[in-house]
Design a protein around this ligand. Structure first.
Ligand code: AMP
Length: 392
């Protein structure tokens, strides 16, 4: 019998899955269904990297889910799922921890869809598909907002009329599962630093920073939506709201057109006119690609300054996400000229992607810690059904 925990991360056109053993941190299998629709593709592989064959209807999420399940069941003939964990982008103003799915919870999360219309409906569709495929298996939701829910009021609000705050127009912050994982890793491996003032820079296709002390989120660069803060692959990051008024009033753009512009055509892609992918931009060397990188780096430096203000100083910076974990160039560029913050990297350590990349004499420790959002979901799902944490 293979007793296992399934984690699901359903996006607008993708479904990321991991199958964890009941008691262990290394997945038995992982998979990604991408471009769900007429051109959908699904890749599953086991722990040794061997592809797991499966076929199915990849034109919609339910079909992709069925294909994943067929593949896993064929590969692990005695598969017994003990719990299923889901990434859900929005948990609302009060939810600061994972929650087990009930009809009431689903209805509540549905009501939050207008706050995250591009993601929440897909997350919920993933839960429904899993409930249909595995009736009786506990389903557990893990919210990207939960980690940030106890921030000080000044970091939680906008300077809008108070009734808007009550209605839910707040700074929620996202990437919470990643920050939760990094905070846990710091507490485990560098407890003294974890008690200090830490800025985690989650730099991937989506990018944000979070200021943390003692495992508690104090400030996040993302706000009401996952658009705010740092520029991203295709998202704009912080932008003057006056620009949006201009686009509506003077250019007659609709909300859908503006949403498309801000979420899908801006950021590195918009500035470079070439690609949302940092690797491509680093290799391209065109003036526009270099300016896009310059802007990304500058905004990261600027937000580090803002985080230092929010935390009254910085003891450690942790890079994670695809860019943070892999791009020695971007890490080095961000840390350049931040000696006034006690940041000074050791270029040999940085080039070798070592865990600590700051120099021995630097006042601020700079680290690279690969994030693991799936493991955070698996742990929450296990905890919800009363299983002990793995001791690996
Ligand atoms: P993520 O969304 O966390 O998967 O991160 C995706 C981003 O990481 C893309 O912009 C990639 O180009 C970038 N990335 C991954 N590997 C590298 C690398 N070796 N150098 C620069 N950027 C990278």
């Amino acid at each position: 019998m293979t007793r296992a925990v399934l984690t699901l991360n359903a996006g607008s056109s993708s479904l990321k899955v991991s199958l964890f053993p009941e008691n262990g941190e290394t997945p038995l299998a992982t998979g990604l269904a991408d471009r769900i629709g007429p051109e959908g593709v699904l890749k599953l592989k086991d722990a040794s990297g061997t592809p797991i064959e499966t076929t199915g209807d990849l034109t919609n999420h339910a079909g992709a889910m069925a294909a994943v399940i067929d593949g896993f069941r064929a590969h692990f003939s005695d598969l017994d799922l003990v719990a299923i964990g889901h990434r859900v982008v929005h948990g609302g103003a009060d939810r600061d921890a994972p929650a087990t799915v009930t009809d009431d919870l689903l209805a509540d999360l549905e009501r939050l869809s207008p706050f995250a219309p591009l993601h929440q409906p897909h997350n919920l569709a993933g839960i429904r598909a899993a409930m249909a495929a595995f009736p009786g298996v506990p389903q557990v939701t893990c919210f990207d907002t939960a980690f940030h829910r106890n921030q000080p009021f000044v970091n939680d609000t906008f300077a809008l009329p108070r009734e808007m705050y009550a209605e839910g127009v707040r700074r929620y912050g996202f990437h919470g599962l990643s920050y939760d994982y990094i905070a846990g890793e710091l507490a485990r491996t560098a407890p003294q630093l974890a008690e200090g003032r830490v800025v985690v820079a989650h730099l991937g296709n989506g990018a944000s920073m979070c200021g943390i002390t003692n495992g508690r989120s104090i400030s996040s660069t993302m706000g009401f939506s996952a658009l705010d803060g740092l520029p991203m692959g295709t998202r704009c990051g912080q932008v003057d709201p006056g620009v949006l008024l201009y686009l509506m009033d003077q250019k007659g753009m609709t909300a859908t057109e503006i949403s498309d512009l801000l979420y899908k055509k801006s950021g590195l892609l918009g500035l470079s006119g070439l690609s949302n992918d940092m690797r491509t931009l680093e290799a391209a060397g065109t003036p526009e690609a270099m300016q896009a990188i310059d802007y990304f780096v500058f905004r990261c430096q600027r937000e580090l300054g803002a985080m230092a203000a929010a935390l009254s100083g910085i003891d450690a910076v942790v890079f994670c996400g695809g860019i943070g974990e892999n791009s020695r160039l971007i890490r080095a560029r961000i840390c350049e000229r931040l000696d006034w913050m006690g940041i000074e990297i050791d270029h040999a350590r940085n080039a070798a992607n070592e865990r600590v990349i700051s120099s021995d004499i630097a006042r601020t420790t700079v680290m690279v810690i690969p994030t693991n959002e799936e493991l955070v979901i698996a742990r929450a799902a296990r905890a919800a059904v009363g299983l002990q944490e793995a001791a690996e």
